[in-house]
Design a protein around this ligand. Structure first.
Ligand code: GLU
Ligand code: ZN
Length: 495
């Protein structure tokens, strides 16, 4: 086969649980690498473990990739010449490869029971020998095998590791060597015939002609085994004979300098979607977990990342997941959206189930007027709801902490005076500000102090969008009515 561009990478998650940020980082680096080199990204689903995999998770993975905008060239939905791309649909292939490996002597049947393995492992540990599989069944004669079978023992298929050490140059870590002592023979097919990750992953990499394997450091220990297996596959004519190059991406550390785990709530992709991160903001941040565009630039677009992405620039040191920085980067991407795109992006948080107002109360014109002010302030899109709810609720929310903070002694007087001046004011932000400023001065208060009771009366909260623009959009009648309600409550509280 001739192919001008041989770069072929894969993203091959198992569909278990919900997508997490570690997975997204792996997908992103593979995607950026493929796009940078004009190569091919294969999306493969490693669903050979029926007890853990679920259809729901499979759908969630596809949905996540679509939301992120990470497109793939071969895989579910798009197909491709190396399909099927779900391992659960490739079981015949694995069975055939396992038979070939057995026939050629690259693998053998191991009849050891769990109890025997455990006992010998324990013994080896006591004697300070390596505690991995000891090769007991490597060269069983036919009589011994017949005996085991007669005893009713079941067997797994084990791969026969070569006697020599294995050296490879990791694209991130440089040259690494594993001695045979560290890599014992390993199982590739369970007693019930189910093929294991150790087999199906390299078999598919070989058949799908993968050239570069970029994945998390947690998989580094499986690499020497996979390299040995590729070499065996080449000898039995599975795949085109090449061994991919490997690059292991650094660990991502979470709170307390512990590895960020997929069970960590902070690592759930859904959380970021629900909070209203932009895909480009989240991906920008995740790209920094092990890579950087340049020392002085943290903010960039995906296109810029693709143009600059080199695997050799990936850092082997663990990266720390910093939620604050992730939020700050997202905020910057929000500011950079064209206004229309920003308004559009807010839309999900302006309706059910996020919006607390009646759907018919939503007023697009009012929202559009305040949107530019919101765009310079939000960290995540979900913040929009609380920033504009005062426009669409009949009564503003009641936030008791805000009430206590704003309604200090004297608040009632200043609010009453503000009401009078607002009544007479031209209904434009600048004039409204003058009105509240004057009310404050009358009572010896600076603008900040004077506007707090007005803000809480009208929006329910002490923090929000610029007050006078908000009042302008809300309108005179509604503003004054809310101040009246508040004055009444203050009067009651004073009694
Ligand atoms: N299915 C494996 C996982 O999700 C893939 C690992 C690999 O990239 O080789 O951990
Ligand atoms: Zn054995």
């Amino acid at each position: 086969m001739t192919n001008a561009n041989p770069v072929r990478v894969r993203f091959c998650p198992s569909p278990t649980g919900n997508p997490h940020v570690g997975l997204v980082r792996t997908a992103l680096f593979n995607w950026a690498f493929a796009r940078h080199h004009g190569g091919t990204l294969v999306f493969r689903i490693e669903d050979t473990d029926a007890s853990r995999d679920s259809e729901e998770s499979y759908e969630a993975l596809l949905d996540a990739m679509r939301w992120l905008g990470l497109d793939w060239d071969e895989g579910p939905e798009v197909g491709g010449p190396h399909g099927p791309y779900r391992q659960s649909q490739r079981m015949d292939i694995y069975a055939e490869v396992a038979d070939k490996l057995l026939a050629a002597g690259h693998a053998y049947r191991c009849y050891c029971t769990q109890a025997e393995l455990e006992e010998r492992r324990e013994q080896a540990r006591k004697e300070g020998r390596p505690s991995g599989y000891d090769g007991r069944c490597r060269d069983l004669g036919p009589e011994r095998i017949a005996e085991f079978v007669a005893e009713g023992r079941s067997s797994i298929v084990r791969f026969r590791m070569p006697e020599e050490s294995i050296t490879f140059t990791d694209l991130v870590r440089g040259e690494l060597t594993f001695s045979p002592r560290d890599v014992p023979d390993f199982g590739i097919v369970r007693a019930n015939g189910a093929p294991l990750y150790t087999l199906v992953n390299p078999v598919d990499d070989a058949l799908m002609e993968i050239t570069h394997v970029l994945r998390g450091e947690d998989l580094l220990s499986s690499t020497p085994r996979q390299i040995a297996l590729y070499e065996a596959l080449a000898k039995i004519g599975v795949g085109n004979g090449g061994v991919p190059r490997f690059g292991h991406l650094p660990y991502v550390m979470g709170e307390g300098n512990k590895k960020l785990s997929k069970r960590d709530p902070q690592s759930s992709l859904n959380l970021y979607r629900e909070r209203g991160f932009l895909p480009e903001g989240l991906l920008n941040y995740l790209s920094l977990l092990g890579w950087s565009l340049s020392e002085d630039r943290d903010i960039f677009s995906l296109d810029e990342m693709v143009r600059a992405f080199e695997i050799s620039a990936v850092n082997a040191n663990p990266a720390r997941f910093d939620l604050k920085k992730c939020e700050a980067i997202n905020a910057t991407h929000l500011r950079e959206l064209p206004l229309d795109a920003f308004r559009e992006a807010c839309a999900p948080w302006l309706r059910e189930p996020f919006a607390p107002w009646a759907p018919e109360a939503f007023d697009q014109v009012a929202f559009d007027e305040l949107a530019p002010l919101a765009q310079t302030r939000l960290t995540v899109l979900s913040d929009i709801t609380a920033n504009v709810d005062f426009l669409f609720l009949d009564e503003p929310v009641r936030d008791e902490a805000s009430w206590k903070k704003a309604m200090k002694p004297g608040a009632r007087e200043v609010l009453a005076s503000a009401r009078e001046r607002l009544l007479a004011a031209d209904w434009k932000a600048e004039a409204l500000k003058e009105a509240v400023l004057a009310a404050g001065e009358e009572h010896g208060l600076k603008l900040g102090k004077a506007q707090a009771p007005v803000r809480v009366a009208v929006t329910g909260r002490t923090v929000g969008l610029p007050l006078f623009e908000s009042l302008e959009v809300l309108g005179r009648d509604r503003t004054l009515a809310r101040i009246d309600v508040t004055l009444e409550r203050l009067a009651q509280e004073a009694d």
